[in-house]
Ligand binder design. Sequence first.
Ligand code: 5GP
Ligand code: ZN
Length: 137
Amino acid sequence: MENCIFCKIVAGEIPCYKIFENEKILAFLDINPAVPGHVLVIPKKHFTDIFEIDDQYLQELIVVAKRIAEKMKTNFDAGGVNLFQSNGENAEQTVFHFHLHLLPRKGNDRINFSELLVNAEKIDNMKLEEIKKILGE
Ligand code: 5GP
Ligand code: ZN
């Protein structure tokens, strides 16, 4: 895809610190890491987001992510690992080529994921039932 930074990384037109590569998947260090060891896992084929990505790619990608997460946990002095992924401008996606973030976490790092939940609104049961109807099977 023209003008996509991550497609350019896949094509070798922009350098990266490569962590893993196979036929479908590439993993590399984030250029602006939230913590040391911040990794991005991407499909080599261009898909904008979770809504576009082919299931086969997604399945391979999550297994690659699991292997890297295991390495982070056992070899990188990380007590834990966060995986997160953004879709669309409202979700604060900035690079529109699907990517999964992997963050190796130490107890005393500066990231605070639980902040995401701090301002959660109270929702009454009727609303919860309504949402369940929309999102449930
Ligand atoms: P998003 O905000 O879309 O979830 O994440 C995009 C991520 O891509 C950011 O964490 C940003 O630092 C990273 N990024 C943007 N451009 C480049 C680049 O050219 N090389 C690498 N390695 N990472 C990039
Ligand atoms: Zn792309």
